[in-house]
Design a protein around this ligand. Structure first.
Ligand SMILES: Nc1ncnc2c1ncn2[C@@H]1O[C@H](COP(=O)(O)OP(=O)(O)OP(=O)(O)O)[C@@H](O)[C@H]1O
Length: 293
């Protein structure tokens, strides 16, 4: 597949172009007779931010947990940072950062204590205060984990996922429960981690989040990838017909909207209220999911 890379790529000093961080071929996971993951192929390059989209039950978490070495696969080939996660050792685990869907426990420790404690499990951790600041929890540093709100706990989960300075970060629905400001802060954090060279694989139901963060994304339906591309090109978005509307309720579909507008100008049409729209990522996503059903 030819993939158009985003302009953000060139701005990344830590990027090692062309090296594969995640390589998946023919991944399958069955529960009884149910195929949760059904022949999934995926390549994520070192330094990429890659988003997995898909409806509830599509197989995103199952896939991510297999990549993290937290779930056994039924069949298929998987390498993450060059190793099979099913047989990986402590050294490999120290290079991986994980933010699970479930919230953290350790309710009687303070935020600072738990971050420092988990950081101590890694060879080269970030400082606890630095990580707590990165996720915007500095004013809750001395608070017990059990007193945090849902969104604050989620931020703590992110802190625990990145404290070990991981080369690759798995984030499963990281911003669920975040208020809008916290989501923006989180986006800023992801861009910063990415700029430092981390590879990031995230699942999300927020299409604006995928569009804002991802170099590439893939849509999963029924355990397989049905489309893959950049946010701009997914599902043929970049070449989809535009809808051109102008005064008097005029509306035309056009493969080349500029040519249409030039023609209208030449014809002396009243172009008050001219708009040109292409399918949004949400339109494209919903169409892909609809086709897959
Ligand atoms: N331990 C399990 N036992 C049986 N079925 C499971 C198990 N874990 C997941 N499944 C099933 O596998 C399918 C994929 O689940 P998964 O959690 O990977 O979906 P998802 O895409 O992450 O969904 P969501 O967006 O809701 O988080 C679902 O049908 C789910 O019910």
């Amino acid at each position: 597949m030819t993939v158009t890379r985003s302009s953000r790529e060139t701005a990344r000093p830590g990027r090692l172009n062309g090296m594969t961080a995640i390589n998946v071929r023919g991944l399958r996971k069955t529960y009884g007779s149910h195929h949760a993951v059904d022949g999934l192929d995926l390549d994520v390059e070192v330094g990429e931010v890659f988003a997995l989209l898909g409806p509830n039950g599509a197989g995103k978490t199952t896939t991510v947990e297999i990549l993290e070495g937290h779930r056994r696969r039924t069949s298929g080939e998987v390498t993450v940072l060059g190793l099979d996660p099913g047989h990986a050792d402590r050294h490999w685990r120290a290079r991986i950062g994980i933010v699970l869907q479930s919230t953290s426990d350790a309710a009687d420790l303070t935020v600072h204590e738990i971050v420092r404690h988990i950081g101590g499990c890694y060879p080269n951790p970030r400082g606890a205060a630095e990580v707590i600041d990165l996720v915007g929890l500095t004013d809750k540093s001395k608070a017990k984990v059990r007193t945090l709100s849902g969104g604050q706990r989620r931020r703590l989960d992110v802190a625990l996922g990145i404290v070990g300075r991981p080369e690759i970060v798995f984030l499963d629905e990281p911003t669920t429960g975040f208020d809008p400001e916290a989501r923006r802060q989180f986006w800023h954090l992801i861009r910063r981690l990415s700029a430092e060279g981390s590879t990031i694989l995230l699942t999300t139901h927020y299409l604006d989040e995928a569009e804002a963060l991802a170099d590439r994304l893939a849509v999963i339906a029924d355990g397989a990838i049905v489309a893959e591309g950049t946010p701009a090109t997914l599902g043929g978005r970049a070449t989809a017909e535009a809808v051109v509307s102008w005064s008097g309720g005029h509306r035309e579909h056009a493969a080349d909207p500029v040519a249409l507008i030039m023609r209208l100008v030449a014809e002396g049409a009243d172009l008050t209220g001219l708009t040109v729209t292409r399918p949004t990522l949400e339109d494209t996503y919903l169409a892909l999911i609809g086709e897959a059903r």
